[in-house]
Design a protein around this ligand. Structure first.
Ligand code: ADP
Length: 539
């Protein structure tokens, strides 16, 4: 008599059935066989025998391995896509850096013709538009990869919101829509990722304009009376609301609009967008611990809103609005080593720095930078990160090991504008991190901070710009010319002058838009009184 244990029924806990899967020997296709064996026991547990069933599971096995292969392939492709996007980000941002950088440099020139000024404004705005598209696609890739990050800084809320309102006011005027902007008792400065918050607001407001043909758009920002908690003195709850009187969204469509690439409504308006804006906006607001809500009624309009709990900050720390142009600095001449493999970037940086009085040296990669730095002893180094031969991180690490360069400020410049990249640079020993495309004022502000410079500013015309009825008024000579043209009833020239003003400086865009809309309606009397009224303010 054989006991059950003795024939190897090992899995009393899992039941006594044994399942085996094995590859059967076959001359043709591999055949997978699954065998079930189970002992037959009598009442006192004595094994009477074993019964078994075998079945061919080759098809199931083939499906399993096909699924595994498909999964591995999908992961490989996702990795490839991620690498491709990271590379493209770099490849696209690098030339854009040179384009936008030069547009900024040339716009500082004194004696530009009207055509040149307009051309440069177009280069800059088209470049910025292209950059925002690239950024949208990259943001989406980061969302996919779970790599989205926020970079909170101290921000003056009005400085953040006012330009958003100005841009939207102009867009609204172009569609003959009213625009209301209300700020209710908001604090001066908070900690927030201002680029992302601005991006979300501009996206919601641009949608409001796109999907509204008559009526009004409004942006409301208010501080909510939050619950009294231990930290309620150090943070504030803000509510942002964008409302329109547009086409609205139907109930079933509301559920879809936050999905990537989802667009609802008519085909003409769909063509103008990508269907990514709301997805990205929602992701940002969720990262800031908020949630975008939408209420809408078909034919009546929509209201998008979100609330954020933001840490309060001291106003002095907030970025000051940049209204002054750097013209030079006080004290002895400083030297800067520019390290970048792209010649156009080196030239662009040189052209930015030399007119301000810096002595400039150049190197094409990390290795050259090491040699150059030791020969020239620069006061500061601008170090590109991704370079052939030796990258900027390695060069920084090696420089830091040389006693003469242990303290020399190094600013890393990278097209990979992520927090991870900034951390990698910090770990290598850089003092500051700057994302490409380089914004001139940010670059100079950082250089000034690292070198302890006292800047000499040239006051731009905008510092003394007059403001009337919430519009920034062009300089007196422009107002005189407009007055003359209005007296002559020269509507066509007024229209052209309005376009010129808008391209000359975005601050005049709202003024120009009003002028243009009156010119296109041939309201010569209204133009004359409009110009007269605002001319007083420009003197
Ligand atoms: P798009 O680039 O198409 O604007 P979004 O993700 O920003 O992409 O918006 C997705 C869709 O949601 C839009 O195509 C539109 O159908 C709908 N939508 C967004 N905002 C509004 C609005 N204010 N009024 C009506 N429909 C809107």
């Amino acid at each position: 008599m054989v006991r059950a244990e003795e024939i190897g029924v090992m899995t009393a806990k899992r039941g006594a059935t044994i399942v085996e899967r094995s590859l059967a020997a076959s001359t043709h296709e591999p055949v997978w066989v699954e065998r079930f064996r189970t002992p037959v026991l009598d009442e006192d547990g004595t094994v009477l025998g074993v019964v078994g069933v075998s079945r061919d599971i080759s098809t199931q096995k083939a499906a399993e391995s096909a699924r595994e292969a498909a999964l591995a392939e999908a992961m490989r492709l996702a990795q490839l896509r991620s690498d491709f996007l990271a590379r493209m980000s770099h490849e696209l941002r690098t030339p854009l850096n040179a384009i936008l950088g030069y547009a900024q440099i040339l716009r500082q020139e004194q004696h530009l013709s009207e055509r040149q000024t307009r051309g440069l404004a177009i280069i800059q705005s088209s470049g910025e538009h292209l950059l925002s598209l690239i950024n949208d696609i990259l943001d989406l890739a980061r969302i996919d990869a779970g790599k989205l990050e926020l970079v909170p800084t101290t921000v003056n809320l009005s400085t953040l919101l006012q330009p958003v309102a100005d841009i939207i006011r102009v867009k609204a005027q172009e569609k003959a829509l009213l625009f209301h902007y209300e700020e209710a008792v908001i604090p001066a400065a908070v900690q927030v990722d201002c680029t992302r918050l601005r991006q979300v607001l501009l996206n919601l407001l641009s949608n409001a304009i796109k999907f509204t043909d008559r009526g009004e758009i409004s942006l409301r920002v208010q501080a909510l009376p939050g619950p009294k908690t231990a930290d309620s003195g150090s943070s504030v709850r803000l509510r942002f609301e964008v409302q329109d009187t547009g086409i609205g969204i139907s109930e079933p469509e509301l559920a879809r609009i936050f999905q990537p690439f989802e667009q609802v409504g008519d085909a003409q308006r769909r063509r103008e967008g990508s269907g990514l804006g709301l997805t990205i906006s929602q992701e940002f607001i969720e990262l800031m611990a908020g949630d975008i809500r939408v209420e809408s009624q078909l034919g009546l309009g929509s209201r998008f809103s979100f609330e954020l709990q933001l840490p309060l900050a001291l106003d002095e720390a907030a970025e000051a609005p940049s209204e002054k142009h750097h013209a030079g600095y006080e004290g002895t001449r400083c030297s800067i080593l520019i390290v970048d493999d792209a010649p156009e970037n080196r030239v662009m940086l040189t052209d930015t720095l030399v007119p301000l009085g810096f002595e400039v040296f150049e190197a094409r990669d990390g290795q050259e930078a090491l040699a150059r730095a030791q020969r020239c002893s620069p006061d500061l180094i601008l170090m590109d990160v991704a370079m052939p031969v030796m990258d900027g991180l390695e060069a920084t690490r090696r420089l830091r090991q040389l006693p003469a360069f242990a303290e020399v400020p190094i600013i890393a410049v990278s097209a990979n504008a992520t927090q991870q990249e900034a951390t990698r640079c910090e770990d290598a020993g850089v003092d500051a991190f700057l994302a490409k495309p380089i914004v001139r004022d940010d670059l100079l502000q950082l250089i000034g901070k690292e070198l302890g410079l006292c800047w000499v500013f040239e006051h731009a015309a905008t510092v003394t710009d007059a403001v009337s009825d919430g519009l920034v008024i062009p300089p007196p000579e422009e107002m005189d010319l407009l007055h003359q043209l209005a007296l002559e009833g020269n509507i066509r020239s007024i229209g052209r002058r309005a376009e010129y003003l808008a391209s000359m400086d975005s601050r005049y865009a709202a003024f120009a838009a009003q002028l243009r809309s009156m010119a296109s309606a041939y309201q010569s009397k209204a133009i004359l009184s409009f110009v007269n009224r605002h001319r007083q303010a420009a003197v």
